[in-house]
Write a protein of this length. Structure first.
Length: 244
């Protein structure tokens, strides 16, 4: 029988442990923060590591001749930590007139103030800053108030954010995107003839009865038209206004 040397043989349990150690080492990040083995970033599959900020107005509706607020929201993704931002608000000046802008809940919570100025082209610039380095959390950062033209009775228009910029607490620019929102007039003139009368009352009654599709949910009841909407149109036909 041939003789085998056992001086260099590795027991089976030793080889198993060695393989396990290699597997663990392969799962460790390639780069770690200097001076600490615990300070590393693990990329979760399906998750983006990019940092960005988005400024977005929300859809709104207002009664012709009355004030209407368009909420402005901020969303930071990834590692983005905005401490300040600015944007230009653009809109159809034949349908909307800028009235004012107020800081939203998240700006107030971060002790920031909102400054505004009307640009030569009629757009409104908003600047959110504070004498601190607090990060602005996601959510409502401003309410922009417009007066809806008394002639804006049908259709829709858009409020567009342009030239959006945001900054970290250290003054570094962050990737920042802008969006738009649709604004519609809130009116009881259902047929768009410039009057609210018995014709409009009959139209809303038909919707409440199911005779025609429910397209004029004036009471904001998740698309349902009922006696609440009928009463609003009746009040408007009596000259009491179409209340939002």
């Amino acid at each position: 029988m041939p003789q085998h040397s056992h001086r260099n043989a590795v027991p089976l349990w030793g080889r198993i442990l060695a393989c396990a150690a290699l597997a663990v080492a392969a799962t460790r990040p390639a780069a770690m923060a200097q001076g600490s083995e615990d300070a590393f970033v693990t990329k979760i599959p399906g998750q983006s590591m990019s940092a960005s900020v988005t400024l977005a107005p929300s859809a709104a509706s207002g009664s012709p001749g009355q004030s209407m607020q368009v909420p402005l929201n901020l969303t930071a993704q990834g590692t983005a930590a905005p401490a300040a931002f600015q944007t230009d608000v653009s809109f159809d000046q034949t349908k909307l007139t800028f009235a004012s802008a107020q800081a939203g809940a998240q700006l107030t919570a971060a002790s920031k103030t909102l400054s505004t100025t009307v640009l030569p082209n009629g757009d409104v610039r908003l600047l959110a800053t504070g004498v601190n380095q607090f990060v602005i959390a996601n959510g409502l950062v401003a309410n922009v108030t417009f007066t809806v033209s008394s002639q804006f009775l049908t259709g829709s228009t858009v409020v567009t954010l342009k030239n959006c910029t945001s900054s970290s607490a250290l003054g570094s620019a962050l990737s920042t995107g802008c969006t738009t929102a649709t604004v519609t007039p809130f009116t009881c003139d259902l047929n768009g003839d410039g009057l609210v009368n018995s014709v409009d009352v009959q139209l809303i009654i038909n919707e409440a009865l199911g005779v025609t599709p429910p397209v004029n949910d004036l009471c904001h009841n998740a698309g349902v038209v009922n006696v609440c909407d009928v009463q609003k149109v009746i009040n408007a036909s009596l000259g009491l206004g179409c209340l939002y």
